[in-house]
Write a protein that binds this ligand. Structure first.
Ligand code: SAM
Length: 484
């Protein structure tokens, strides 16, 4: 682990990624924390770290209070009365106080008795129902990393489903702090859009018509770690039931408006999907399609020890067959211990193949350590999973699952007798395979994959066999497929 990786890992266990200035500006602007109207308004950052948000909040408060003609003494009192912070880490909390003091002093405002508490925000109830603004960047820590806090986290209503994360609980804490017309502006991971852990939060946001704006950062990395984030602006009393959807101009570091969405535009099958109304229509058509094509989409071989099973063997054997790595299109050979009937070849048969058997024995202890689907020690040389074995002697089309442009799509024929691993494959009639190939090499497919929002680093998107099947069913059902 190099120094930078070590830092990231320490940061990770504390959920401490401090917010860059431009994101702070974006959140304050999009939440409406600017101008004369912020004077005498309560604002809190309930996980304030060393004060990335509070420093800018204090700056804006001082500017506007001065313009409104308040004296320095009045402003000092206001800063103590209206600006609040909570931070669990004492060192960070003290740093934060030093940082906001420096800002106040730059406006000739001294002796502020700051309301910045060193406390656990999960325990603090003093602000409930009182805040005009809750702004910040809550900690991102999965519950399995939180040690003793687990029981307390699990008491929150939003933490009841799936592998929850502190940030989901902080939505609940923040919403409780808002007054009747309050606004919450957070940057958090976007995983709650479709995770099991985010289910209660999603339902709550929809049932209470809270989502004012979504600023989708997509692949843009605001922090020094790979996290896919979104800025979310929630409002207690929205004027309409619409949500404004923005994307992010990475060059100028500002959000830009894309569309105004009704709940049923983006809340599809209990998950959130964000894009323009038009693109979302395509997604809805795919999800709501009842037609089915007779093309199956499956996962390739899973040996659970590819470096032993796959390679450029320096001997020949009847049990070595060609195999395509779907992710790269590379052709090599795989030790395939199955007959045409997909049954495992008995070890006594393999023993007759001297070179192969010697090779296998040299890896026996490693192979036996895999946690294979069918357990028993007599299966030590079998694949880890039985998936794809039934289709080895069928015509297939290998498909990679990492795309940035449609040019990244690799559709490689894997005829009968050639296996596929590290990716998906299609199997069905030859005629339909040609139609499938055409349907996949299209802008619609890329639009669909990006709508699913399964981000990978470097600007890539991924998708599952289920996602691909849904797309092909939609595209092929009406072109000669079977209609349900
Ligand atoms: C992602 S950082 C953000 C800090 C700051 N708001 C910023 O944007 O730079 C989250 C902060 O939450 C603090 N924290 C973690 N758990 C907390 C809790 N239960 N109560 C209050 N603060 C907490 C961490 O110490 C860390 O400083």
């Amino acid at each position: 682990m190099n120094a930078q990786e070590k830092n990231i890992s320490i940061e990770k266990s504390n959920g401490r990624f401090y917010t860059p200035g431009f994101i702070v500006q974006n959140i304050l602007d999009m939440s409406g924390y600017y101008g004369a109207s912020i004077v005498k308004k309560h604002v809190i950052d309930n996980s304030c770290g060393d004060g990335a948000f509070l420093v800018e909040i204090v700056k804006r408060y001082c500017e506007n209070a001065k313009q409104a003609g308040l004296s320095n003494e009045e402003i000092a009192q206001d800063l103590c009365r209206y600006i609040h912070g909570i931070e669990i880490n004492e060192i960070e909390c003290n740093k934060c106080i030093r940082n906001v003091n420096a800002v106040a002093q730059s406006y000739d405002i001294d002796s502020v008795v700051w309301d910045i508490k060193c406390a656990d925000a999960m325990e603090v109830k003093d602000y409930n129902g009182k805040m005009d603004f809750v702004l910040g960047n809550p900690p991102y820590v999965r519950v399995h990393n939180v040690g003793d806090s687990f029981e307390r986290v699990k008491q929150f209503s939003f933490a009841q489903t799936g592998m929850t994360d502190f940030y989901i609980v902080f939505y609940e804490i923040g919403l409780k702090m808002l007054n009747q017309s309050g606004v919450l502006g957070y940057i958090t991971p976007n995983s709650f859009f479709n995770s099991l852990a985010g289910e209660t939060l999603r339902k709550y946001l929809i049932m209470n018509n809270l989502i004012e704006k979504i600023i989708d950062l997509k692949h843009f990395q605001a922090f020094a770690a790979t996290t896919y984030t979104t800025i979310v602006i929630l409002k207690k009393t929205k004027d309409t039931d619409l949500t404004c959807y923005y994307q992010y101009d990475e060059k100028n570091k500002i959000p830009y408006y894309v569309d105004e969405l009704a709940t049923n535009d983006f809340y599809i099958g209990n998950n959130f999907y964000f894009s323009s109304k038009n693109d979302l229509r395509l997604l809805k058509k795919i999800f709501n399609n009842l037609g089915q094509s007779d093309i199956a989409v499956k996962n390739g071989f899973a040996t659970l020890c590819d470096d032993v099973f796959i390679g450029d063997f320096d001997f020949n054997s009847a049990y070595l067959i060609p195999v395509i790595k779907a992710s790269t299109g590379k052709l090599s050979r795989i030790f395939y211990p199955y007959g045409r009937d997909s049954k495992l070849i008995p070890e006594t048969e393999l023993q007759k193949d001297d070179a192969l058997y010697r090779y296998l024995l040299s890896y026996k202890s490693r192979l036996a350590k895999r946690s294979c689907e069918n357990g028993g020690t007599e299966y030590w040389y079998a694949f880890g999973r039985s998936q794809a074995i039934n289709d080895t002697y069928k015509n297939k089309l290998a498909v990679n699952t990492l795309l940035r442009t449609i040019g990244d799509l690799k559709l490689i024929p894997a005829p009968a007798g050639v296996g596929v691993y590290s990716g998906l494959y299609l199997v069905g009639s030859t005629v339909k395979m040609e139609m499938a190939r055409k349907a996949l090499l299209s802008d619609d497919f890329l639009a669909y994959i990006s709508l699913l929002g399964k981000y990978k680093s470097g600007g890539y998107y991924t998708f599952s066999s289920k996602d691909l099947k849904a797309y092909l069913d939609y595209k092929l059902a009406f072109e000669g497929g079977i209609l349900a």
